[in-house]
Design a binder for this molecule. Structure first.
Ligand SMILES: [Zn+2]
Length: 455
């Protein structure tokens, strides 16, 4: 039985369903329709059961709890299509690959999930992560043991031994950090099947990787190998998302049958044509790059990297706009999980980037981050819109995000948040300090030379 049905049946067993009326707010329903003033929304259990005048009438008859939200905006909870909830905000690959332990990382991930929820995110896709924690956290949230947004989750990212985004940290076989190395086609099949058994909702493949002494990521998978991943996963009802920083990787992923392309950096004409042809969803995940470019200096980030990323954003953004105009689902993901994109802070930032760099209207960007993002979760028709029958994931805030989408990043504007029909306590979860074990610690900032000692 689906979790929603379980929730509903347990509430039925305990008596009458809790009914809640959000009365008289301005509704942005997530379908792309413009704001509707003075529109009430009635929630029963974990479902939206009525909207508008019908909701007011039904609420009066059923003595629902009424919350006056007049003057406020009522919209779907945000969906983040690209999160790494288990990484714990590392500032370097050294830290990520060598300073993480399973049990500690799991406790920290539970804390991170609450911070993501309080940022107005009611569901997210965890694309890949450490130690198979993602599927376990998803299940812990679903059964009520941990508070957090509804999750869909991948597990380790598949890589060839050539490596992913971490160069020589990637071993010849086995797992390291968020990576799992597959060496040949038999191993691809074995590992994909095991990941599905371990609870993966999606399989992630790093099609491009960084090699020491090479200026940009290169393609490290063949189209045939990618097809083995896609065929094996699809046979088991699981989708595939591919990390592609390079045009050939995007084209080969699409032709191999990938369901979601992440980044699609430097996408060319043939890739665009294939993407449009097959309507393969794409998520540029510009937030990391945009943060580094615009605010990186404030966090002491390296400026040379910032130049590369700005260039990537300009070139790729133009292609994304063409894909969007041709009907490709454009996914909105934040890359939350790194020191440049800490949890709970940047989940609305991608919408700003879509408005600034792709020329979308704020309402179009909101639609990407709500109903379109349901595609990333495989939950179209279940979440992402305020419609009768949908899950009651609802954000109520002060201000009009259809004029200025950046206000969705400002948690001080949030007045109410419903996740699966339950009101979320918006009292901020205290930020944590780093665990002693999780930061790389240096013996000294520079080498202690003889001259230095005797000067
Ligand atoms: Zn990512």
């Amino acid at each position: 039985m689906a979790q929603a049905a379980l929730d509903a049946s347990s509430q039925r067993a305990s008596g009458r369903m809790t009914e809640l009326l959000l009365s008289g707010g301005t509704l942005i329903d997530g379908t792309g329709a413009g704001p509707l003033p003075n529109t009430s929304v009635l929630v029963s259990g974990d479902r939206i059961v009525s909207i508008g005048a019908d909701a007011d009438i039904a609420a009066a008859a059923s003595h629902a709890t009424v919350i006056d939200v007049s003057g406020l905006t009522v919209m779907p909870g945000l969906i983040d299509a690209h999160v790494h909830v288990t990484l714990g905000e590392p500032a370097s690959n050294d830290e990520l690959f060598h300073r993480r332990e399973p049990a500690a990382a799991a406790f920290v991930a539970a804390h991170s999930a609450r911070r993501i929820l309080q940022a107005g995110v009611t569901s997210f896709l965890d694309v890949d992560g450490l130690f198979n924690i993602g599927p376990a956290l998803r299940d812990a949230i679903a059964c009520g043991a941990v508070e957090g947004p509804t999750m869909k989750s991948g597990t380790y990212a598949l890589m060839t031994a050539v490596g992913g985004t971490a160069g020589r940290f990637i071993p010849e076989s086995g797992t390291a950090g968020y990576a799992e190395v597959v060496r040949d086609k038999d191993e691809i099949i074995r590992v994909v099947r095991r990941q599905v058994k371990d609870g993966a909702d999606v399989i992630k493949v790093h099609v491009t990787g960084s090699i020491p002494n090479r200026p940009s990521e290169i393609q490290v998978w063949t189209r045939e190998e990618l097809k083995v991943v896609c065929d094996t996963a699809h046979d088991l009802g699981v989708r595939v998302g591919t990390h592609c920083r390079g045009d050939g990787a995007t084209l080969d992923s699409i032709l191999a049958g990938a369901d979601i392309i992440w980044h699609a950096s430097y996408m060319g004409e043939a890739s665009l044509e294939a993407m449009v042809d097959r309507k393969v969803a794409v998520g540029p995940v510009f937030t990391f790059l945009a943060n580094l470019d615009e605010y990186g200096a404030r966090a002491g980030a390296i400026s040379s990297v910032s130049d590369v990323f700005r260039n990537e954003m300009e070139l790729t953004g133009a292609m994304m706009r063409r894909a969007y105009d041709a009907g490709v689902p454009l996914l909105c993901g934040s890359e939350s999980g790194f020191s440049i994109t800490p949890y709970g802070h940047w989940h609305a930032r991608e919408m700003e980037v879509f408005v600034e760099h792709l020329g979308l209207t704020p309402l179009e960007a909101i639609t990407c981050c709500t109903s379109t993002n349901a595609i990333a979760l495989g939950e179209q028709g279940e979440v992402g819109t305020i419609e009768v029958g949908r899950r009651a994931d609802i954000l109520v805030l002060d201000g009009d995000p259809s004029r200025d989408v950046s206000i969705l990043g400002d948690k001080s504007r949030f007045r109410h948040l419903l996740c699966r029909g339950r009101q979320v306590d918006l009292t901020p979860v205290p930020e944590r300090t780093p665990l002693r074990s999780e930061k790389v610690s240096s013996w000294s900032a520079v080498p202690l030379t003889w001259d230095m000692a005797h000067s």
